[in-house]
Design a protein around this ligand. Structure first.
Ligand SMILES: Cc1cc2nc3c(=O)[nH]c(=O)nc-3n(C[C@H](O)[C@H](O)[C@H](O)COP(=O)(O)OP(=O)(O)OC[C@H]3O[C@@H](n4cnc5c(N)ncnc54)[C@H](O)[C@@H]3O)c2cc1C
Length: 460
């Protein structure tokens, strides 16, 4: 028997170049998987677009048939808004091309590309732009929310290097947005997420990076956490922007350079990245070795693309995940104390607390230059609740929420929308702060019916 969905699916498939999957199709179950296994949604149909021209057709079809729309880049977002229930998912998993103009130092990126796709294409020319730290993350969602990673201290957020986009609006019009074309829209999409239309191409500025960089990990015992964090705070204050050091507190994975009796024990990890010459990197990081008596370290020259994948094994899809996040201007004593307290009671072997450093170029951009306005943030804290079994939901979510509350008094204003869960809708206005009202005005102009609402939603 043909269901209503498969009838509609057939109709749409006849109208676009890409595939349309409905529940009866063999690829459907795989296509509706996203990174966070806590999200269980079943779209009526998944339109796997073949090119940008499929998008206006899919939008118009959804509107005509009163289907809710979701947009899927690489499906990494923790909130799970890449999927809808009973609606139409516009899926970019077949649009991952990256074109590099090495002479102009530009990359033109399709919306299904992952960080790995972008890094591989740009590094073939010894170029890169700042993106995140897990190579399977999607460029689309990461960019539209802000985007930061190892290169951010020197070259800024991902959006600081976005030059233009091609977009399909709620009315189905294909337009470009940049500083000189539809400038208001360009202002809004740099941080405003998928609220304003569907991006079908991103154009990025690139910089010479690597291909070899100096990077790795130092791992210290948890009982030295206080001295490590205090020394870290002091060290990074004067570190050059080519050097980035983050902090991760978690149970030690079975890394070959760690003694076996450390595996599974709480540790303090310093991930280190430097993209100058190796000898200089060695000199710069020497003081870190005096932070304490390390369990071990693994540091050296390696390809930038390899380092960009270094954390992938800890961040595989299919686990249950619940995150909370704060921005910090300074790491106050109280913030460090609460980090240590909650890292001492991790509710699962995969839960972790990480502090990412973004101090540098992002702070030199005016807070009203684009929708992402947290230009005083020097550190981003992510409380990363991660576990396997639904029976542990309450315990792990409870831990993340309690820590979030305990560390809140030390946080700066705003929040990074890319780390927010689906239940944090009431935090959206606060996340954008003084930029929110302008975002609402632009939303009214480009999506007055709020057809793009499966996101950290800015209501028209
Ligand atoms: C393991 C992991 C590591 C991460 N590390 C970092 C990091 O180092 N730095 C960092 O900044 N962030 C990081 N993030 C957060 C990441 O930036 C967000 O989850 C981001 O939204 C993922 O993008 P995506 O395209 O994969 O997500 P999706 O879930 O596919 O999309 C997220 C949302 O973006 C919108 N969207 C997607 N594509 C389009 C489009 N083409 N047009 C319009 N709207 C669109 C939609 O609203 C969609 O719901 C990480 C996330 C994970 C899960």
């Amino acid at each position: 028997m043909t269901t209503q969905s498969s009838k509609l699916g057939n109709e749409l498939e006849n109208m676009i170049k890409g595939n349309v999957l409905v529940a009866e199709d063999s690829g459907y179950e795989e296509a509706r998987q996203i990174w966070n296994a806590m999200i269980e949604r079943r779209p009526a149909m998944i339109a796997q677009c073949a090119d940008a021209d499929d998008v206006p057709t899919a939008i118009a079809f959804a509107r005509r048939n009163k289907l809710e729309i979701s947009i899927r880049g690489a499906g990494h977002n923790i909130a799970g808004n890449a999927l809808c229930d009973n609606g139409l998912t516009i899926d970019f998993s077949n649009m991952k091309n990256v074109l590099v103009d090495a002479a102009k130092r530009r990359a033109y990126v399709e919306p299904g590309a992952t960080l790995a796709n972008l890094d591989e294409a740009t590094q073939a020319h010894g170029l890169a732009t700042p993106v995140g730290i897990n190579s399977t993350t999607g460029i689309a969602g990461l960019t539209l929310g802000g985007g930061f990673g190892w290169l951010t201290r020197k070259y800024g957020m991902t959006i600081d290097n976005l030059l233009s986009v091609e977009m399909i609006t709620a009315e189905g019009k294909k337009i470009r947005a940049s500083e000189t074309e539809n400038a208001d829209l360009f202002w809004a999409i740099r941080g405003g997420g998928g609220n304003f239309g569907v991006v079908t191409q991103f154009e990025f500025q690139l910089f010479p990076v690597g291909p070899e960089i100096f990077a790795g990990l130092m791992v210290f015992p948890f009982n030295q956490a206080k001295q490590i964090l205090h020394k870290y705070r002091q060290f990074v204050n004067s570190a050059p922007e080519e050097l980035n050091v983050w902090v991760v507190l978690r149970k030690a994975p079975p890394l070959p350079f760690l003694p076996e009796n450390v595996h599974g024990k709480e540790v303090v990890v310093l991930p280190i990245f430097y993209f100058g010459n190796v000898a200089e990197g060695e000199k710069l990081i020497a003081p870190l070795r005096a932070f304490g008596a390390a369990h071990g370290e693994h540091l050296g020259a390696q390809p930038y693309v390899a380092w960009q994948k270094a954390f992938d094994p800890l961040l595989t899809p299919g686990a249950r995940n619940y995150w909370k996040s704060h921005n910090f201007t300074e790491l106050a004593d109280g913030a460090l104390d609460s980090i240590i307290e909650f890292a001492g009671k991790l509710p699962s072997p995969q839960c972790e607390i990480f502090v990412g450093m973004i101090a540098g170029a992002p702070n030199r951009v005016a807070p009203n230059a684009m929708a992402y306005g947290h230009r005083d943030a020097r550190f981003v804290l992510n409380v990363h609740g991660r576990w396997d079994e639904a029976k542990d939901d309450q315990k792990c979510i409870g831990w993340a929420r309690e820590f979030f509350k305990a560390s809140a008094p030390f946080a700066s204003a705003g929040a990074y929308v890319n780390f927010m869960t689906g239940e944090e809708g009431d935090r959206v206005a606060a996340a954008y702060g003084a930029n929110y009202d302008r975002l609402v005005q632009i939303k009214k102009r480009y999506d007055p019916d709020n057809i793009f609402h499966l996101n950290q939603n800015i209501k028209p």
